[in-house]
Ligand binder design. Structure first.
Ligand SMILES: Nc1ncnc2c1ncn2[C@@H]1O[C@H](COP(=O)(O)OP(=O)(O)OP(=O)(O)O)[C@@H](O)[C@H]1O
Ligand SMILES: [Mg+2]
Length: 238
């Protein structure tokens, strides 16, 4: 195992640091990064939120990978697990979920006391903390707003990993605090009606969706695969 993979062996194998940097998967996360950073050059978005219509469409994995590729270009990045019902960022990064956002929102700990190092330069994480009995209430509290105001002053990019829209209200509440929102859609699986319904729920509270990220796309059918093949071939030949 090479040194780089050894450092991140506790991470999920689909986390970008464990992928071939030239792979279509890694390249697609960089492409999303470029789109976000070029979306408003004068006033680049700071707080990013990725949500989806249904559960398990890939929000947490995509949020984590996006956080890593942001950190890789020197952006001081914070990934916050705001899914206080079924948190998973800690699992993806092989860490303990204890002491995180819920303690901050209950006021028992300051946010800088629950900040975790990831081993990736420029990337910090705040895990969910203990599962609260009232997630929507604490997510919608003034403490959450205050927390985000404070971390925005310290980090260049803050990525919020949230639950899906159609099951619980937490995403809608958090969308009001985000600068840019993306829908993660499982390619060829999520019904179009579900995506439209989720988008209209966001629209109802004036939270516009900036774009859709298609997850689990068959890369062999995508143009990225062609570029990967092309890139590998020319490198080998040179
Ligand atoms: N592009 C992908 N390729 C293969 N597996 C994937 C991909 N994206 C996500 N997965 C896997 O699908 C499962 C769900 O992913 P993830 O936890 O990111 O979804 P989620 O939308 O955050 O789910 P939840 O709604 O429960 O929060 C995980 O096991 C994850 O490893
Ligand atoms: Mg998730």
């Amino acid at each position: 195992m090479d040194k780089r993979k050894d450092i991140f062996s506790s991470f999920n194998k689909r986390v970008v640091v464990n992928l071939d940097p030239r792979s279509p998967e890694a390249e697609s996360y960089r492409s999303i990064r470029t789109n976000i950073l070029s979306s408003n050059l004068k006033n680049p978005p700071k707080v990013l939120l990725l949500t989806s219509a249904h559960p398990e469409e890939g929000k947490s994995l995509t949020s984590t990978n996006l956080a890593i590729v942001m950190a890789e270009i020197g952006k001081k990045t914070l990934l916050v697990d705001c899914d206080l019902r079924r948190p998973s960022v800690h699992g993806i990064l092989g860490m303990d979920k204890a002491q995180g956002l819920s303690e901050v929102l209950y006021g028992t700990l300051e946010w800088d006391k629950v900040l975790k190092n990831t081993g990736v330069d420029n990337l910090h994480v705040i895990t969910s903390g203990a599962i609260p009995h009232n997630p929507s209430e604490i997510i919608g509290s003034d403490k959450m707003k205050l927390f985000l105001e404070e971390v925005k002053n310290v980090f260049d990019i803050v990525i919020l990993d949230v639950p899906c829209i159609l099951a619980v209200t937490d995403s809608i509440i958090l969308s009001l605090l985000a600068d840019i929102i993306f829908m993660v859609v499982m390619a060829e699986k999520t019904p179009r009606e579900a995506v439209l319904r989720a988008m209209s729920m966001l629209y109802d509270v004036k939270s516009d969706v900036a774009g859709i990220i298609f997850n689990k796309v068959n890369m062999r059918r995508s143009h990225y695969y062609y570029y990967y093949y092309y890139g590998s071939k020319t490198r080998k030949e040179s």
